[in-house]
Design a protein around this ligand. Structure first.
Ligand code: NCD
Length: 306
């Protein structure tokens, strides 16, 4: 299996590949569409979980590179009649697709499909369970890099439902690969991962005010109610009081601290509207960068030699 044919996770991805993808994303920003690059290739969006940004931006990215895009409607497909994932994979492969962009609730499903896919098919992870969301990690790194070049001295606070967040995991992998040393994780105990060894290079700070001190970047996360039992759930108001990012709290960070959130945002739960819509918010910039990053990922996995 070539190292660049698939994109499954950022864990252990060499810094050089991350930098190359971010540089390629910047190239696409500068050059715009390149419809000849993937002309005649077919990309299939296979999403078993809801998505607004990721699915749409993969589609836009693929079209800007000239690929044909098929959006597989899982709810109307035979997987809902009990067809196995492997039978679904082989059926789709028989139609000569080049890339499978997969989002699934189960950790490891993209790896599983990649291990069984035909050698000419690329598998791209668009988010699996709580495990990884590599294109989000890349687009967050790109968003930060456009404003801060010195990752070594960057202070990053990640706050929210870290336990269930594939975004937090991929962000940490991208940021540490790029040299970040001060990454603070902040969450109520119930929303921290069972095993903090998953985040060996991060510091745990329970108090959000303390976690925000002099931060250069704050990444807010949604509480993923769909992944937890009711027992874990704090009340929205109680949660906002302790972990919500409002203007008072943001003032504790460095004056030009960037505010990121992968979306969808829950206003008044993890972030106040004045911050989400405020001058330090980069949330819509993240969305825009998502298209360039996904163009880079499609170009890399579908055109670069191994
Ligand atoms: C995230 C996801 O699906 O992991 N959203 C996204 O892709 N932009 C985060 C979330 O759902 O909270």
């Amino acid at each position: 299996m070539s190292t660049t044919r698939h994109l499954l996770s950022l864990q252990d991805m060499p810094r050089e590949r991350i930098v190359r993808l971010l540089d390629l994303a910047e190239d696409f920003r500068a050059r715009g569409q390149q419809r000849e690059l993937l002309a005649g290739r077919t990309v299939l969006n296979l999403f078993f979980e809801p998505s607004t940004r990721t699915r749409t931006s993969f589609e836009i990215a693929a079209r800007r590179l000239g690929a044909d895009v098929v959006n597989f409607d899982v709810s109307r497909s035979s997987t809902s009649k009990g067809e196995s994932m492997l039978d679904t994979l082989h059926t789709l492969e028989a139609m000569q697709l080049d890339a499978l962009i997969v989002r699934h609730g189960e950790n490891g499903m993209p790896e599983y499909l990649a291990a069984h896919a035909r050698s000419e098919v690329s598998v791209i992870n668009a988010g699996d369970g709580c495990h990884a969301h590599p294109t989000q990690g890349l687009l967050d790194a790109l968003t930060i890099r456009r404003h801060r070049s010195d990752f070594e001295n960057l202070r990053v606070t990640i706050c929210g439902d870290i336990r269930h967040s594939r975004v937090a995991r991929s962000d940490v992998h991208a940021l540490t690969a790029l040299g970040a040393k001060d990454i603070r994780l902040c969450a109520p105990r119930a929303l921290l991962p069972d095993d903090l060894r998953e985040f060996p290079d991060c510091t745990l700070v329970e108090d959000f005010d303390a976690a925000l001190q002099d931060a250069d970047v704050v990444i807010m996360l949604r509480i993923q109610k769909e992944r937890m039992s009711a027992a874990l759930l704090p009340s929205d108001a109680g949660y906002f009081a302790r972990y919500g990012l409002d203007a008072r709290r943001l003032a504790l960070a460095s004056p030009d601290c960037l505010v990121l959130h992968p979306g969808p945002i829950n206003r008044g739960v993890e972030i106040a509207p004045e911050v989400a819509d405020g001058p330090q918010s980069r949330i819509l910039e993240q969305v825009a960068n998502g298209v360039f990053v996904r163009m880079a990922v499609l170009a890399e996995t579908l055109t670069l030699p191994a």
